[in-house]
Write a protein that binds this ligand. Structure first.
Ligand SMILES: [Zn+2]
Length: 109
């Protein structure tokens, strides 16, 4: 477990393809089983789709984000302005995530 992220988190890509590195985006989906995440606007691939008349869809090329390995992203800290390691703390019976560097609570809306 390197980077614990969940849907809706803002993350920064810290390794991997040069084109994606350093990019910041919102987690659209976490694929727990294969430890991957799909991030809005990052790792865009073009996919050819078949027309699907039953669903009124035209065939063609669509650009969509492809899954990235979860170890390549870190939760983004607004104070540090970078992807950071996370520290877990318990407060009022709730587990909160804090930036391991500056202690800011990591919350994303
Ligand atoms: Zn921080």
């Amino acid at each position: 477990m390197t980077a614990r992220v969940k849907k809706g988190d803002i993350i920064q890509v810290i390794s991997g393809k040069e084109a994606n590195k350093g990019k910041i985006g919102k987690v659209l989906k976490v694929l727990r089983k294969n430890e991957k995440v799909i991030i809005d606007g990052i790792n865009i691939v073009k996919k050819a789709t078949r027309p699907d008349p039953a669903n009124n869809k035209q065939g063609g090329i669509v650009a969509e984000p492809a899954p990235l390995n979860i170890s390549k992203v870190m939760p983004y800290c607004n104070s540090c302005h970078r992807g950071v390691k996370v520290r877990y703390e318990r407060a009022n019976g709730k587990v909160i995530r804090k930036c391991a560097k500056c202690g800011a609570v990591l919350e994303y809306k």
